[in-house]
Design a protein. Structure first.
Length: 348
């Protein structure tokens, strides 16, 4: 077979195999097989020297033409293969931009936390510092130092969770109210004046019902110094009620009894749901109880380190869950800590 015929055979084999190529790797291999330095065409061209001198120019031209034809075919095929690869990538990496998004659920503050913060902000404006005291207390701090001895009938008001302690050891309990914080705060400040609020959890061994939970919050407040009078207590609590419920809210103080305050009162505000005309939430009285309060009992002042002949003070305690229930007309305290999202989502 002449060299020209061999060249023609290589060309047609090359074009035929190129036609089936679909990958870049196979293209690269094809190029080195046919057009590379050691490829078939280069090898065959070495035999040009054996031709008669007169035949060489035409044969040379033929080689150049075949190289050009294969280069052109290669470029074309390469473009096709690249386009196919790109199309494949587009298809496999496609995003469906019409898919609806998935909304992120964002956590919010629990309604009790929000009301606690509102209350602490209001008292902060009135110059009260926030203080915390322990949830686990001794019987002495929770009761005795607050004028509630073991046989005092007022102990019935606070059904208590006791913590197991060795026989003879001091009784330890979960605080039934935040009032032991009064003693902690006074002892930390006496004989200097003190004006703090103490928010936190309280625990009672209760029959759980629509109005009673085993765990709830209270915000205690205490102010002790010289010349502190009952009108300071009234002014503070009326100022608080006006900031919480809006200025002009009607308030009243009813005589009450707590062993650790004398005199003792209960603060009522006009029912915000019926404006005082009477409804289910205010039990048709037109009034809502908001806070227990009173002047710190002389014994309690003494237990806190103040001489009652020189110092006086007032204290109050309120329940943020109760305040929230009254604000929103919630009829069951058990919603607060049941973990039911349907309840919680109403407060976002
Ligand atoms: N500790 C009382 C209660 O739990 C509330 C209170 C606090 C009353 C301070 C008077 C003064 O009911």
């Amino acid at each position: 077979m002449s060299i020209i015929d061999q060249l023609a055979a290589i060309e047609s084999a090359a074009l035929a195999s190129l036609h089936d190529i679909t990958t870049i790797d196979a293209l690269t291999a094809w190029k080195s097989d046919y057009l590379g330095k050691t490829g078939l065409i280069a090898k065959l061209s070495r035999e040009l020297g054996a031709l008669a001198a007169a035949d060489r120019p035409a044969a040379g031209q033929r080689f150049n033409a075949v190289r050009a034809s294969l280069d052109g075919a290669f470029a074309e095929r390469e473009a096709t293969v690249n386009a196919a690869a790109q199309g494949h990538a587009f298809a496999s990496e496609a995003l469906d931009v019409t898919l609806p998004g998935r909304p992120l659920t964002v956590g919010r503050l629990h309604p009790s936390t929000r009301v606690l913060r509102m209350i602490t902000n209001i008292f902060a404006e009135m110059g009260f510092q926030v203080w915390e005291s322990p949830e686990v207390e001794t019987d002495t701090l929770n009761f005795e130092l607050l004028n509630i001895p073991a046989d005092h009938p007022a102990r019935d008001m606070w059904d208590t969770f006791y913590i197991e302690t060795p026989p003879g050891a001091e009784k330890v309990l979960l605080r039934t109210h935040t009032s032991p914080g009064q003693i902690h705060a006074m002892r930390a400040h006496a004989p200097n004046p003190v004006r703090v609020i103490l928010p936190g959890k309280c625990f009672r061994y209760e029959q759980v019902s629509t109005r009673h939970e085993m765990m709830f919050h209270q915000v205690e407040g205490i102010a002790v110094g010289t010349n502190i009078t009952f009108s300071d207590l009234k002014g503070t609590l009326i100022g608080f009620a006006e900031r919480l419920y809006g200025s002009g809210i009607k308030t009243r103080f009813r005589p009450s009894y707590f062993p650790f305050t004398e005199p003792s009162v209960e603060l009522d505000v006009e029912c915000i749901l019926c404006s005082g005309t009477g409804c289910r939430i205010c039990k048709h009285s037109g009034w809502l109880e908001v806070s227990g309060a009173g002047m710190v009992h002389p014994d309690v002042l003494r237990n806190g380190g103040y001489d009652p002949a020189i110092y006086s003070g007032f204290a109050f305690g309120m329940g943020p869950e109760r305040i929230t229930m009254l604000r929103h007309g919630i009829d069951d305290i058990r919603w607060f800590f049941s973990g039911d999202e349907r309840f919680l989502q109403q407060f976002i």
